[in-house]
Design a protein around this ligand. Structure first.
Ligand SMILES: [Zn+2]
Length: 84
């Protein structure tokens, strides 16, 4: 856990500290690291949503294609399988 210099009071602060223990100023390294973590989390969530979307899209296409093939044939048992 390296010590960094506070941008407000120039005191020594842990780079994992949220605020400076001397003056209470927020530690910039912690803020930047948190922003980076939030960005990574956002990318992971968007990627997950994209994968789910693609899977649902394929599922819909498969379901729709089955319905499409069924609707093109006559439902009368005498004409079973005869295209309309
Ligand atoms: Zn400080």
């Amino acid at each position: 856990m390296p010590l960094i210099q506070c941008h407000e009071c120039s005191g020594q602060v842990s780079d994992h500290a949220r605020t400076c223990p001397k003056c209470g100023a927020p530690v910039i390294a912690t803020i930047k690291r948190r922003q980076k973590q939030m960005r990574v989390a956002l990318v992971v969530r968007l990627s997950f949503a994209l994968v789910i979307g693609i899977v649902l899209w394929f599922f819909c296409i498969i379901c729709f294609s089955k319905y499409w093939h069924r609707s093109k044939t006559c439902s009368n048992p005498i004409h079973k399988g005869v295209p309309v």
